[in-house]
Design a protein around this ligand. Structure first.
Ligand code: MG
Length: 158
């Protein structure tokens, strides 16, 4: 039987007015964006943690500490590139990725195709094996009040 490994990643960021909104490596026009040391790409952070978790590797925060000045304003695509190097060193590849983004703002529907394509590129997987859904929080909690955004990602490696 093929040796398959599953990983889970979750990330949550505050949404702040005037911050750039980069999600899954796609710059989205929005009045708010995720607050963070890096570019705040909550989707890529969760995806990297899912991939690293499946490979049995250290997590994002251990590989790229927030207090390291090198990570200030950093493009999260670089985290993906490093994670993929480590995954390949273990003889693994990404087989599929499924993403749920809980957000009231921005709405993701117009950006889904671009986000899936970028995830596929960053994790070297067929776009057909990447999915991404946006879910509203129905006006409840910090997400529902447009104060936060959360991504949950499951990745299958083999
Ligand atoms: Mg993060």
């Amino acid at each position: 039987m093929t040796d398959l490994r599953i990983g889970l990643g979750i990330d949550l960021h505050r949404l702040e007015p005037g911050r750039p909104c980069v999600l899954a490596g796609v710059l989205i026009d929005c009045e708010r964006g995720p607050q963070a040391v890096s570019d705040g790409d909550v989707v890529l952070h969760a995806a990297v943690d899912a991939v690293l978790g499946a490979a049995g590797l250290d997590d994002l925060g251990t590989l790229f500490p927030e207090n390291d000045p090198k990570n200030r304003g950093r493009d999260s695509a670089e985290f993906c590139a490093r994670a993929m190097e480590l995954v390949r060193e273990k003889g693994l590849s990404v087989r599929s990725i499924d993403v749920v983004v809980e957000t009231e703002l921005p709405r993701l529907k117009p950006h889904r195709a671009a986000m899936r394509a970028r995830l596929a590129q960053l994790f070297a997987v067929d776009p057909d094996r990447v999915n991404l859904k946006g879910k509203s929080a129905e006006g409840l909690d910090a997400i529902g009040n447009q104060l936060a955004i959360r991504a949950t990602v499951v990745a299958l490696l083999g």
